[in-house]
Ligand binder design. Structure first.
Ligand SMILES: [Ca+2]
Length: 99
């Protein structure tokens, strides 16, 4: 809970003061957390492109937008070869591994 004082001033110099208390229902104070520290999947070389390979899942203890999770591939390692659905966490193959 946050508490502070507010003062009002009139043009004639009169003042009034009141206190304000604000209860914070939810702050974005939790980072998302993956269910597993590591996900592994084996892919056959003939797997067609656009094949879903694995689903990752993270949760966030905050409410509403503060707890909403969106997925993306970090760094350059998987970009181009794999894609991830931002809302479902499903990782798919984007390029065929062998012709
Ligand atoms: Ca959060």
């Amino acid at each position: 809970m946050l508490c502070f004082q507010v003062t009002a001033h009139s043009t004639t110099g009169a003042t009034a003061t009141t206190s304000v208390k604000i209860s914070v229902l939810d702050a974005n104070d939790n980072a998302p957390s993956f269910e597993k520290g590591r996900y592994e999947v084996s892919v056959h070389e003939s797997t067609p492109t656009s094949t879903p390979l694995i689903s990752v899942r993270a949760t966030d203890a905050d409410d509403g937008d503060n707890g909403r999770v969106a997925y993306s591939i970090a760094g350059d390692g998987g970009k181009g070869a794999f894609s991830i659905d931002a809302s479902t966490g499903i990782v798919s193959l984007q390029v065929r591994i062998c012709n």
